[in-house]
Design a protein around this ligand. Sequence first.
Ligand code: TEU
Ligand code: CA
Length: 543
Amino acid sequence: TAANSWWKNAVGYQIYPRSFYDSNGDGIGDLQGIIQKLPYLKELGVDFIWLNPIYTSPNVDNGYDISDYQGIQAEYGTMADFQELLRSAHELGLKLILDLVVNHTSDQHPWFLAAKADKDSPYRDYYHWQSATEAKAPNEWQSFFGGSTWTYDPESGESYFHVFAPEQPDVNWRNERLRKEMYQMIDWWLELGIDGFRLDAISHIQKEPWDFKITDNPWAPFMNVTGIDDYMVELQAIFDKHQAMTVGEASGVSSRAAVNWTNETGYLDMIFELEHNVRQGLPGEERINVLGFKKVLARWQKHLEWSGWNALYVENHDNPRINSILGNETPQSAKAIAVCYLLLKGTPFIYQGQELGMTNFPFTEIDQVDAKDSHNQYRLLLAAGHSPEEALQLTTHWTRDHARTPMQWDDEVNAGFTSGTPWLGVNPNYSRINVAKESHESDSVLHFYQKLLAFRKEHETFVEGSFDLVAANDPDIFAYVRQDGRESFLVLVNLSDNARTLTMKQALLNKEYQYVFGNGERKKLTKKMHFEPYEALVFQGIG
Ligand code: TEU
Ligand code: CA
């Protein structure tokens, strides 16, 4: 982990390389494309970039099925391109972290091919094999992508284990040689000069004994299971050696447990929790539940307030666009959402296009969807008797592809993403929502993000200050105070598309709060505060 904690006042930007910018017209984003857009990121005001996987991969799960950890996916470029990207980023003062996917490999990785070909191969134990029959899996565990966690191999009469797709066999972390190889690979990348890693699905690397019985939580057999700490300690030693910055995708690590994962002696610098993604409503109209959302976030803020550290995000490549599920797809709601999470305590991440207010894709046919897990779900729904219309609606209301449509650069063909045919459809709203247009409009979502990031940087209080929720039970207004003894900020955000009123406590009114930031009219703090739909207000006071 990074000794000087530079990441505490840094802002990250997540790039989904396949959909960011295509430099050679094959319809697929690439490393040269990212290099061309680095000045854009610099201007936005971010400090580091996280790239989703760019390694050699059969692409069953868009790069999360790796067949060569030290190779670059040919459609993204070469190792020379990567080194150029790293150099160019560093020249601009931008740090670069990569995705580290060590819970599983591709089934085309040489280790797995060797393991599958020969029961006596030393690589066999790099994976999890159990005797089985075609009809009877070793246990009842279910995978994240649907279906059994086991796939039968008739040649050997055994099944192998995978928490994601069958093409993503989980590696066996109990095997010391496997661990050594992983550590060498990690070392190699850090030697190359990258600044750290986002650790994919890291809380799943340890599994319960195979006879573990599932009760209420189907994922319990592979969520932060006892014994994982031994591996995390070993990983930590490598990260420490290189002062690498680390953020773990660690679902199943509770907000209490996260303290020890992310404090001064913790394994990682911070983790992405997955709990705040609280969904509600009927399929097709499912939205984020505001009260649940803010309560989860507030709990994580409190538990990691003085020991440990939060990673903050509202979008990533696995979820729909936040401006569609928490906002009402207007610039105003995109700005309100930005204020509500970017001023929390922790290291914020922005997902590509979020800074434009990009929205969900209006799917009308299943062929517009690429994600394999969504196609799986669609097939299962049809088999269960749903009509094609229902199956499409149920599948697309939460598909990951909403977030994976190409970045919208301008109002030219394909939103300026590619001169060829984009690998995934461009959102038809690109003539309204794009970088070129928003760069020219002073009140755009893009400029708002720039101003907000600059505002955050001006005040140390947003980094080190305390966090306290205000009006905790209000169903629509996300309100909190950040303070550090010298200055104090009151953040008030109406996360609904209705006008709202909030009565302010006298203690807050005594603080001489003055308006400093917002997405609407400049206002005074008064006892009865009236809010426009998706209005965000920040006040500054003393102490
Ligand atoms: O996602 C993993 C992921 O979301 C699970 O680890 C999570 O714990 C589970 O769904 C809990 O609900 C990562 C990547 O972000 C995703 O794109 C990949 O498909 C996946 O890992 C497999 O590598
Ligand atoms: Ca390309």
